[in-house]
Design a protein around this ligand. Sequence first.
Ligand SMILES: Nc1ncnc2c1ncn2[C@@H]1O[C@H](COP(=O)(O)OP(=O)(O)O)[C@@H](O)[C@H]1O
Ligand SMILES: [Mg+2]
Length: 381
Amino acid sequence: MIQQLTITDIRNIVSATLKPSPSMNVLYGLNGSGKTSVLEAIHILGVARSFRTSRIKPVINRDSEVCTVFGRLGVTSGSVPIGVSRNLRDESLQIRVSGENLKSTSELARLLPLQVINPDTFRLLEGSPKLRRNFIDWGVFHVKHQDFFPLWKRMQKALKQRNSLLRHGRINGSELASWNIEFEKAANAIDLLRNEYIERLIPVFNQVLSELTDLENLTIQYYRGWDKERSLNEVLTSGLARDAQSGYTHSGPQRADLRIRMGKVSAVDVLSRGQLKLVVCALKLAQGFLYKELSSKQCIFLVDDLPSELDIPHRLALCQLFQKMSCQTFITCVEKEALGNCWLPETEVKMFHVKHGQIALDENPGQQRIRRAESLEIEHE
Ligand SMILES: Nc1ncnc2c1ncn2[C@@H]1O[C@H](COP(=O)(O)OP(=O)(O)O)[C@@H](O)[C@H]1O
Ligand SMILES: [Mg+2]
């Protein structure tokens, strides 16, 4: 949980400090005021990069060469100061945690698990399988961190070596055989972790989805990247000629996917845009609930422009779920009133007005709270 956030030179935010609520934070303001940039700053604090671009230049304020995000994280034993700063001139990255330099961004990511819901994440179902693999691996990484990351690196290295041998036509030597063994070992272990995670996630997802909307025939199936009836060894052996011809490996965990269907057809082909968004929200929320259950910690949700993405009943249903999860959430919207009727009496809601890159706590939010009885009956259309 972020107790304090200080942003320096991120886009139009030259300098801002806020003390967020441990539960619900609403950032409202006109287009171009800097709301998404606040979420971006939190993302940089969590994983050292933006979710809008992989480059750092557009993120740093145009009159500056360095951007810095400082955060104080509340943990059971007190608080941990984290500082992340990126320098344009030498592209350098500095991460400080409790006064020490940190070398790896994966260590940073473990401290601040983030979930983003924005127009890009709504492409999770129709976008490339890589997005869905990243989705699965978020869960595996945060739940099985110690095992997963080294395995994933081993698998990538073996895959790269194998592909390079295939491209150079060296398919008969013992070198390929030994990289195959290494690849299979890592692949099977990754498959096991991913499969275990998805098995845990599916019931949570079904529950969340049923609270959001009514899509009874929707199923999720994990595809490991090769035939479920055959070992990877068999598949690689029988596919060698094809792999050699194209110069890359057709089967393995680098091809894993989630198959989301309505009955027998792909959900993407039959659901409306709005329904797809709800499925994505349910997937993301399910990860949040499961993370909490398995690690006893909480992740932070960054939700960009929720009201423009969902209609009123579904906004309400989603906000109810955030409150049920009781994790720290940052939601942006244009109109202050857009989420006015979404909060339970006990939820600590802080409203921040974002204006020309400045962030002010709204001392008089004037939020209407919902009564308990109302909140329990979310109407689905
Ligand atoms: N590198 C930059 N330096 C200064 N201003 C920037 C930079 N990049 C974007 N901006 C401006 O920052 C503002 C904030 O954008 P954004 O956070 O997306 O606004 P919102 O989400 O509130 O609509 C925009 O007006 C944009 O033109
Ligand atoms: Mg925005």
